[in-house]
Structures are given as structure tokens and as C-alpha cells.
Design a protein around this ligand. Structure first.
Ligand code: PMV
Length: 343
């Protein structure tokens, strides 16, 4: 099956009657047990399962309307049709047009600190799928929405939900068993701290870096075995609210992902000197008894994991840290002030 066939299979002969506009919010998410490597490039099917935490009200608020031409507006500004962001969104929308004339205006407000290396495409594609569901009144189940979001960007399938989320790798060729589901656990004291160390564009995108790692790293098979183990153990740590175990596993998983990248040929290295300096600072704090751990994605920036009671130490130790409380009850809408204060 290709992407179009998956979309047709899921939407089927639903009674399609577009309303004026579709509106939706989706949170960004950070993987604690990472997805690194595809078994199918077209359908974004992963080699392994993964586990993430959604960032509550940090994400994308999207509005979709039918219009006379395709238009993409991000944070109040129209994005050029030649921009890769617009082209990726339009290629995705191509999968959902009812006829050749159908055009969309996609308006997205994102309050994710894009420079912090938090996967903004995950929230973007998840919000877009939810907005399509609202516009066409498909009334799809979460599992189906998760599969559609995955077609836009793998990790987007986890952004359909809040809290802890597991993406089942699945094994079917058509990917119908590769979707995300929320875990029931709530951990109210858990905090995530975003540390922006660099806002320069990455030297290599995650799609190309993943492919190179799968094809050339001699550690890749070891990585897949570790992920299986880490995902199971992380679920236990979450269930038992064992923070030391939770932090140790998340940190170890992120470092192992970067180790597979380093052993790719040619190597992929996202770290900058400040990354290493920050890691040493985190480890020094831990030596002093401060419970703080980190995770990292395909970039040089660091995400801290800590508990509410450690917050003051975190704020005084890491200048400019952006604090997110994934389980604190808040209104799930984008705060426009946050959008305006983006770096
Ligand atoms: O979904 P993508 O193609 O943006 O890849 C995400 C890869 C990582 O962020 C490094 C790991 C993950 O599981 O989110």
C-alpha cells in the first residue's frame, strides 16, 4: 500500500460533507524511548516501538478552510509556496482532496519553542489530521487518526494524545497495526525543561540520518534490542513512579540512540561543545544529590527531566530553561503571548 491507498482505506466511503472550517490543537511530544529507524520509508513505519510524553498545551493550533488556492500561514505570516514547510504540508493535503479543484488555507499557530529542537512537525501533522477530521466530519477513531498523522511524520502519531504515549511498531506491511495509544498513568510532579543551546539548522535531517544509521551502523541491531527492553522497563518505572529508574532509562536510551548515529558511516554528530558541557553539569548536579536527568533528539539541544520539588535548583542552575508541566491541568489552547515571545 502507498500513502494514498492507506488514506482511502481509512476514510472509506464516509459521508463527506465539509463544513466551513476545521479547527484542532495537538501537543508536541518528546520521546523517552526513541524511534530511530524506519522499516518503510513511504509509510513511516518504524523498526521499533517507542514511548513519549506530550507537552500539554505546547503544540500547534490549526485551522483549515477550503479556499481558491493553497495557502499556508504560520504564526500570522504567509509562508512562501517554495518553502519546504509549505511543500511538505501541501503534499500531505494532496492525499485528502476530494477533487482536483479542491484547495486549502492552512493556518497554524505554534507556541513550541522551535529553536529548542522540540519536534514541531509532530504537533503540526497531528493538528492537521485532527483539523481535517473536523473539517470533513469523518469522526474517525483515535487509532485511525494516529495512523493518518504517522503518514505526515512518524512521531506525529504520538501527538494525537496527551500524557504518556506508546507507539506500537506493528509488523503488518500496510502499517495498520502501527499506531500510538496513551498509557493510563498520570505523574503530576513530572517536569520537562527545554534548554536551547543552538538554534542553527541541523546539518542533516532526521529522515536522512535515520536511514544512514539503519544502513551502516554496526550497533543498529543492538539498538533495537535495547529499545525493546527500555520501553518495557520505562513503562514499569512510570507505573511505579520510580523517578531514578525513569530518568536513568530515558537518559541511557537517548545516549544509545546518539551512539548508533556516531557509528553510522559517515558518522552523524548533532552535539556541539555546549551539549557536552551541559551533560557534565547535569551529572555534577546528580553527584550533589539533585535528581535531574536528560534526553536529546536529533539536534544539539537538551531536555531536562526533573520533579516539581527540584524546580528552584533547576531554574538557578540552567539559565533560560523553559519549564513545562505535562500533567498540570491547563486550558489546551495556544497562548498567543508565547507565540510572540518565540526566540
Ligand atoms: O518523526 P520524525 O521523523 O521527526 O523523527 C523523530 C526522531 C526523534 O525525535 C529523534 C525520536 C522520536 O522518537 O521522536
Amino acid at each position: 500500500m502507498n500513502r494514498q491507498e492507506v488514506v482511502t482505506h481509512i476514510i472509506g466511503d464516509r459521508n463527506i460533507s465539509p463544513r466551513d472550517k476545521g479547527v484542532a490543537f495537538a501537543p508536541s511530544n518528546i520521546a523517552l524511548c526513541k524511534y530511530w529507524g524506519k522499516r518503510d520509508e513511504e509509510l513511516n513505519l518504524p523498526v521499533t516501538s517507542s514511548l513519549s510524553i506530550s507537552l500539554k498545551n505546547y503544540g500547534a493550533q490549526t485551522e483549515l478552510q477550503l479556499s481558491d488556492e493553497d495557502r499556508v500561514v504560520l504564526n500570522g505570516k504567509r509562508v512562501s509556496p517554495d518553502d519546504s514547510f509549505t511543500q511538505r504540508a501541501i503534499r500531505f493535503l494532496d492525499l485528502f482532496r476530494l477533487d482536483e479543484q479542491m484547495r486549502f488555507t492552512l493556518t497554524t499557530q505554534s507556541n513550541i519553542p522551535i529553536a529548542a529542537g522540540v519536534a514541531s512537525s509532530a504537533a503540526g501533522f497531528a493538528a492537521l489530521v485532527l483539523a481535517l477530521n473536523d473539517l470533513f466530519q469523518w469522526d474517525l477513531a483515535s487509532k485511525e487518526l494516529s495512523i493518518l498523522a504517522r503518514l505526515g511524520s512518524g512521531s506525529a502519531c504520538r501527538s494525537i494524545y496527551s500524557g504518556f504515549v506508546q507507539w506500537h511498531a506493528g509488523c503488518a506491511k500496510d502499517g495498520m497495526d502501527s499506531y500510538a495509544e496513551p498509557l493510563e498513568s498520570v505523574w503530576s510532579g513530572l517536569q520537562v525543561g527545554l534548554l536551547t543551546l543552538s538554534d542553527r539548522p541541523k546539518s542533516i535531517g532526521s529522515r536522512a540520518a535515520m536511514k544512514r544509521t539503519v544502513q551502516t551502523s554496526v550497533f543498529y541491531d543492538i539498538w533495537t534490542a535495547k529499545v525493546k527492553d527500555d520501553c518495557a522497563q520505562l513503562q514499569n518505572a512510570i507505573h511505579q513512579k520510580d523517578f531514578e529508574r525513569f530518568g536513568t532509562l530515558s537518559e541511557s536510551n537517548a545516549l544509545a540512540m546518539h551512539a548508533t548515529m556516531l557509528t553510522a558511516c559517515p558518522p552523524v554528530l548533532y552535539w556541539i561543545p555546549q551539549t557536552l558541557e551541559t551533560i557534565h553539569r547535569i551529572w555534577a548536579l546528580r553527584e550533589q544529590g539533585v535528581d535531574v536527568y536528560f534526553t536529546m533528539d536529533a539536534g544539539p539541544n537538551i531536555k531536562l527531566l526533573y520533579l516539581k520539588e527540584t524546580e528552584q535548583t533547576i531554574v538557578s542552575s540552567f539559565q533560560g530553561v523553559q519549564r513545562i508541566a505535562p500533567f498540570t491541568p491547563t486550558d489546551n489552547t495556544v497562548n498567543i503571548e508565547d507565540v510572540e515571545n518565540l526566540p
